[in-house]
Design a protein around this ligand. Structure first.
Ligand code: ZN
Length: 169
């Protein structure tokens, strides 16, 4: 049955269920798992065995991972990935992929960088923050994926700390 009064905003849902939440304490967050015995984290969450080969625990907690990380490595992806990747309406454009180190979890998580990021402007160790972007939408909802967004040291908007001044003229 068609809804007569369609809400102005469609529901925004993760394109892949269970990989991240939009309702984290501090915004969107990846959902991982933590071993109750040895504390090793996994992403995507792993609730059957511990990634630590020395650990035989079968008890895990589902946890939100840190939203902030550091660029550990990155590259430009020039080939269109297979489904579930959905190319933009104008056709495939190369995009940047990052491996991001999460300090608290001592792990590296892969993900795309936000659209428009030029890899020539990135550097290892740069701070990034987890954001969500729309992958595609249909009549029912907007389907979202997580991406890493570089934080500019001199950014004046958003939540970046402003305790760094630039002195070069
Ligand atoms: Zn373990």
């Amino acid at each position: 049955m068609a809804a007569v009064d369609r809400p102005k905003t469609k529901p925004r849902v993760p394109a892949v269920d269970g990989w991240f939440t939009l309702d984290g304490d501090d915004g969107p967050a990846l959902i991982g798992s933590r071993c109750q015995r040895c504390g090793t984290y996994s992403f995507p969450k792993q609730l059957n065995f511990c990634p630590n080969p020395a650990c035989t625990s079968q008890d895990f907690d589902e946890v939100e991972l840190s939203r902030h990380g550091r660029l550990w490595s990155y590259t430009n992806n020039c080939y269109q990935p297979p489904a579930p990747y959905v190319p933009p309406s104008g056709g495939f454009q190369p995009f940047a992929i990052a491996a991001v180190e999460l300090e608290a979890e001592q792990m590296v998580v892969l993900g795309q960088l936000t659209a428009g990021v030029d890899v020539s402007e990135l550097h290892v160790g740069q701070d990034v923050v987890l954001v969500v972007e729309t992958l595609f939408e249909d009549d029912e909802a907007e389907y979202l994926v997580w991406k890493w967004r570089p934080i500019e040291p001199d950014a004046t908007s958003g939540s970046a700390p402003r305790d760094q001044e630039t002195h070069d003229a």
